[in-house]
Design a protein around this ligand. Structure first.
Ligand code: NAP
Length: 358
């Protein structure tokens, strides 16, 4: 395919396809920060775009990201890619950051909008898979699945024991869901199948979700007092940063278990360590930590009743493939000067004639 690139004002390339058809997006340069599973990359290339995929197992460094964004019209990014004002200012051609995640705490939507850049996410498509994992963590923590497996491998299984690895019943227990959004609701539905009482809290009551899931609304502190398991499903925002702090853990029932598949910073980890050390909490199951990865020297690894998984709640082949395809669809829309299907911001100046710092 023959394409001519010419620089315009603000360094944005004008892509002209000699004799090209008007319904096709002209070729653009797309930077993908890690190799996703599935067909997303092939789809982008099939539309004639020039796709550069970061080959490393680790994310690109800030310098490498800056260099790649400086040349890119679109970026398909992961939660590990922090993109701030400085990087955006050095990316004059960039029109869209398509985050392959529902959370987007790695990019400030307003900052991107001021820079004229769309920010999109992948809502919905990962809710069931993430809820599966939240429930797997809940059950594993309740029934000592990980600790007893570790013990068996270490030769600790000498006989059937009437007292070994006594856990907590899941059925009949109360589950407190903090944030009854897409994932919270999918977790609530799983819990009803286990005959749990489900209570929830959030900024607003959700009568439709209450009807579908049977979850009952409670203010946060009442929810913490009532719950045997507390599962966190809010986005990370200034409001939810350290939402689960020392006073919230103290309010929880003695022996209760906290599950976090949201974001690490929603939990005050020092306070969590203290609540586990004192024996007040019965355990924790964390798919997300602060920082990630959690350093091996961190005290949380010292508790047999703590489960730590490496941010894999959406990690099924099918779901990660769909997330990448959704991110690609957002990119293709913006490159074709259409509104993306999953915007989380609205650029001050989007599409043609993008300017920086307005
Ligand atoms: P969602 O549909 O937007 O739901 C988020 C819920 O959080 C909403 O019900 C919202 O309630 C509530 N919320 C927001 N601020 C709150 C606050 N200050 N206090 C209490 N509740 C609050 O999002 P989702 O798809 O369920 O995803 C939730 C989060 O999970 C994502 O943002 C992401 O960070 C995380 N996540 C992690 C993984 C993983 O791999 N571990 C995978 C997927 C998602 P209102 O409507 O009342 O505001």
């Amino acid at each position: 395919m023959v394409v001519t690139l010419a620089k315009q004002q603000y360094g944005r390339p004008a892509f002209a396809r000699p004799g090209g058809t008007s319904d096709l997006a002209p070729m653009a340069r797309i930077f993908v920060t890690r190799t996703p599973p599935g067909t997303a990359i092939a789809t982008l290339r099939a539309h004639g775009h020039q796709v550069s995929v970061w080959p490393g197992e680790l994310p690109p460094s800030r310098e490498a990201l800056a260099a790649a964004l400086a040349e890119a019209d679109a970026a398909l990014t992961m939660v590990t890619d922090r993109i701030d004002e400085e990087l955006l200012a050095g990316a004059p051609s960039l029109r869209i950051i398509a985050n392959m995640a529902v959370g987007y705490d790695n990019v400030d939507p307003a900052t991107a909008a001021r820079a004229g850049v769309w920010l999109t996410n992948t809502p919905g498509v990962l809710a069931e898979t993430t809820a599966d994992m939240a429930f797997a963590l809940l059950m594993a923590a309740a029934r000592n699945v990980v600790a007893s497996d570790r013990d068996s491998r270490a030769g600790g299984w000498k006989t059937w024991s009437p007292t070994a690895f006594l856990g907590q019943d899941v059925h009949g227990a109360t589950l407190g869901i903090v944030g009854l959004g897409e994932i919270g609701q999918a977790v609530a539905l799983r819990a009803t199948g286990f005959k749990m009482r489900v209570v929830y809290t959030g900024r607003t009551r959700k009568p439709d979700a209450e009807r579908v899931t049977g979850a009952e609304w409670l203010p946060l502190d009442a929810l913490l007092r009532a719950s045997d398991f507390v599962s966190v499903h809010t986005p990370l925002t200034p409001e939810t940063h350290h939402l689960m702090d020392a006073s919230r853990f103290a309010t929880m029932k003695r022996g209760a278990i906290v599950i976090n598949t949201a974001r690490g910073q929603v939990v005050d980890q020092d306070a969590l360590v203290a609540a586990l050390s004192s024996g007040h909490l019965g355990g924790a199951a964390l798919d997300v930590t602060d920082p990630e990865p959690l350093p091996l020297t961190h005290p949380l690894y010292g508790f047999p009743n703590v489960i730590i998984t490496p941010h894999i709640a959406s990690a099924s082949m099918a779901t990660r493939s769909k997330m990448a395809e959704m991110a690609a669809a957002n990119i293709l829309a913006v490159l074709a000067s259409r509104e993306p299907p999953n915007p989380v911001n609205r650029p001050a100046h989007s599409g043609e004639g993008r300017t920086i710092g307005t």
